[in-house]
Design a protein around this ligand. Structure first.
Ligand code: GLP
Length: 240
């Protein structure tokens, strides 16, 4: 793991965007995956600014969703899909060659899961996977206790995730399940970039980076990835 401690959120966002852009420069036909959540907002803006300024060409690259709350379509407030539309896809002056966004409101979620697997099988492996980290160490919706061998799967949300999710939905919506890329797909990525900011992430970043590798802290698996960057601000680096 290469740990990059940035002085603040803006610098963390810029560094993560640069690392992702480098992958696409090396392989213009990259398959890339970025997370939703609060953490990547600045990175999305830095990345889309680069694309719009012409310093990275995504016209041959593909984008695939990391995860989605089951029950929400990408028109629904709080969905990962809407966040991606508003802050990544919708800000791009030149689009990706193709995007695969999970529909969390599909009538047949098993089919939706298979579509995610198939897209990654067809166009993968991921060239670069950018990830946030949940308060329990989850990656996407690979919750504590997840089987590291799984590919895309539907998973019950942990109690920690259910508590945290009120920041996205208030009391409007109470999802019970998520659909997520699996750890095996994340670990197959040629480059992984884990981003985190703020003092509330310090404890879990410490456990993920310095603790035992265990599925009780899913992000700890990244210690065994051959090309993983952990890009954090100073507050999130407090326990490193
Ligand atoms: C969410 C998502 C993850 C995200 C993580 C951290 O529940 N499932 O993909 O990376 O939790 O979110 P945030 O960046 O808002 O802290």
């Amino acid at each position: 793991m290469e740990i990059i401690v940035s002085k603040d959120y803006e610098e963390m966002s810029r560094k993560a965007a640069e690392l992702a852009a480098d992958s696409i420069r090396e392989n213009p036909e990259s398959l890339v995956s970025f997370p939703a959540g609060d953490t990547p907002l600045g990175m999305f803006h830095a990345f889309t600014d680069m694309v719009n300024a012409g310093t990275v060409d995504i016209s041959k690259a593909r984008y695939v969703s990391l995860d989605e709350w089951i029950g929400l379509s990408h028109q629904d407030k709080g969905s990962c899909g809407l966040f991606l539309d508003e802050n990544l896809i919708g800000r791009l002056k030149k689009p990706f060659a193709e995007t695969h966004i999970i529909d969390g409101a599909a009538a047949d979620m098993e089919n939706e899961r298979q579509l995610l697997d198939r897209f990654i099988e067809t166009h993968g492996p991921l060239e670069v996977s950018v990830l946030g980290i949940g308060m329990n160490g989850h990656l996407g919706f690979n919750e504590d206790g997840v089987d590291f061998e799984l590919s895309a799967h539907i998973i019950p949300l942990s109690e920690t995730t259910k508590q945290v999710m009120t920041k996205y939905f208030g009391d409007q919506f109470h999802p019970e399940f998520g659909l997520s890329q699996g750890i095996s797909q994340i670990m197959a990525a040629k480059k992984v970039i884990l981003i985190a900011n703020g003092p509330h992430k310090a404890e879990i970043i410490g456990r993920a980076v310095k603790g035992e590798i265990t599925n009780k802290v899913p992000a700890s698996v990244l210690q065994s990835h051959p090309n993983c960057y952990v890009v954090v601000d100073q507050a999130a680096a407090a326990k490193l």
